[in-house]
Design a binder for this molecule. Structure first.
Ligand SMILES: [Zn+2]
Length: 66
């Protein structure tokens, strides 16, 4: 189960959190976005090192499980 669905943007330092399933949040520089809330982890980014994963799960997180 996903407790917190959030990442930190490595470019602008913004920490963004998707709080519910269709809560699509973009950092202030626009490079990184999160979506899915507590239902699934979805990230939009250009490069793998654009963001630092900061999500909190109480067990294994399955990506984009519907
Ligand atoms: Zn950013």
């Amino acid at each position: 189960m996903i407790i917190k669905n959030q990442v930190k943007c490595n470019h602008c330092g913004d920490i963004i959190e998707s709080k519910h399933r269709h809560d699509f949040v973009t950092c202030k520089c626009g490079r990184v976005s999160v979506d899915g809330g507590h239902a699934y982890l979805r990230r939009c980014f250009k490069e793998d090192n654009d963001y630092t994963e900061m999500s909190v799960c109480d067990s294994v997180c399955d990506e984009e499980e519907d």
